[in-house]
Design a protein around this ligand. Structure first.
Ligand SMILES: Nc1ncnc2c1ncn2[C@@H]1O[C@H](COP(=O)(O)OP(=O)(O)OP(=O)(O)O)[C@@H](O)[C@H]1O
Ligand SMILES: [Mg+2]
Length: 374
């Protein structure tokens, strides 16, 4: 083993499974992947998450070797596989691929599909195929043909096929988007379990935050070719770097304010706005599930607390039940719209006046975007 250095106080003797160093790719002069860097360790699932067109698939294609970076280097287990002087062909990279339009070979049986990329004796191949198909719950379909299987079953065969040669890294591009909702959750979980058992490193591309949070050990949030934030799902959700990052994961409420002496005054009391200069416009951002609601007590609300700050009068605009929660839309006296999600059934009548407060520890204060006229 090669001594590499120290990471978090531990002596590290192995390079990351995958290391992407500052890769860039432009089409027609427009950078589509712009200075992207990250690492993936064995057994780790890393999700590239971002809106359509932000460069996720291009990044994955470059790692797979079907495209090459203009600049930057990619290393697998410490060895360069793509860079200015090196371009290892896709089939020699030890990657497993699973894309949305995965295609099984229609003329081969399920077992032969899974065995397709395998090396070794017939017995070894047969054992590996049986083992994998057993683990995806399809042992009894060994001799079936793809057209005899449902979409979800075909997906599981595709997973078994991609995993069969023990890839060092699995590259998945929206692999579950062709499946209907009910099937998807189950297959995601089974897939994750199998990948963890195999200890495969995974890069998963998705534009769905729920999928990234469900599957990822780490999320790389991409925007216009760049990684704008990286971290564990919990951190990205609870400490978004800006309003857009917050809004990518759920509906948000935005309360505007202006800073005076490192404080901003709102209908919910004063908020600390450290680091924001006097006179700056800021936005206080909070997710709908972090609003608290209380009833009117003869024209006044509950006393302010450290947890909730000041309660503000809010008129109900609309309330809807959406399954296991209710969404209540409010308007504050100053016209600010707010949306609260409440577990269970809570359907107050339109125009009813309630009191609303913000969970202080769940508020984010961001600089307000400048208006074009300013
Ligand atoms: N070979 C190419 N030639 C020209 N432009 C390309 C090429 N490949 C990708 N692009 C452009 O690069 C941008 C990023 O594409 P990419 O497929 O990486 O996006 P994505 O994040 O995967 O989006 P989606 O979620 O819609 O799949 C798009 O604007 C796309 O049109
Ligand atoms: Mg894509």
């Amino acid at each position: 083993m090669v001594f590499i250095g120290y990471r978090e106080g531990h002596r590290v003797t192995e390079a990351p499974r995958l290391e992407v160093r500052s890769i860039t790719r432009a089409f027609g002069g427009r950078p589509v992947v712009n200075d992207v860097s990250f690492t993936v360790e064995p057994g780790q699932v890393t999700c590239l998450l971002g809106p359509s067109g932000c460069g996720k698939s291009t990044t994955l294609r470059i790692i797979a070797g079907v495209d090459r970076p203009d600049t930057g280097v990619i290393l697998m287990d410490g060895k360069p596989i793509a860079g200015p002087d090196v371009m290892v062909p896709p089939e020699s990279r030890g990657t497993g691929l699973m894309f949305q339009d995965f295609a099984l070979f229609p003329h081969l049986s399920v077992a032969d599909n899974v065995a397709f990329g395998l090396k070794g004796t017939r017995t070894e191949k047969r054992l590996r195929v049986r083992d994998l198909l057993g683990r995806v719950g399809l042992a009894r379909y060994l001799d079936s043909f793809p057209h005899e299987l449902s979409g979800g079953e075909q997906q599981r065969v595709a997973l078994a096929r991609a995993l069969a040669p023990n890839p060092r890294i699995m590259l998945m591009d929206e692999p579950f988007s062709g499946l209907d909702n009910r099937l998807r959750d189950g297959i995601r979980d089974e897939t994750l379990e199998l990948l963890k058992e195999e200890g495969t490193a995974v890069v998963l591309v998705t534009h769905e935050p729920e999928e990234a949070m469900r599957m990822g050990d780490e999320i790389l949030l991409m925007r216009q070719g760049r990684i704008v934030q990286a971290g564990a799902p919990y951190n990205i959700y609870n400490a978004p770097m800006d309003r857009e990052a917050a809004a990518f994961f759920s509906d948000i409420n935005v309360i505007r304010g202006r800073v005076e002496g490192a404080l901003t005054r709102t209908a919910f009391g004063q908020f600390l706005a450290p680091g924001h200069p006097d006179g700056a416009d800021v936005e206080i951002v909070i997710r709908p599930q972090h609003l608290s609601i209380d009833f009117d007590r003869d024209g006044h609300g509950p006393a302010p607390t450290e947890e909730h700050g000041t309660w503000a009068r809010a008129r109900v605009v609309r309330a809807r039940f959406v399954g296991n929660e209710s969404i209540v839309e409010f308007e504050l006296d100053d016209g600010t719209p707010l949306k609260a999600s409440v577990p269970g059934v809570f359907l107050p009548k339109t125009d009813r006046v309630l009191w609303v407060a913000l969970r202080r520890d769940r508020c984010f204060v961001f600089p307000a975007p400048r208006k074009a006229a300013e």
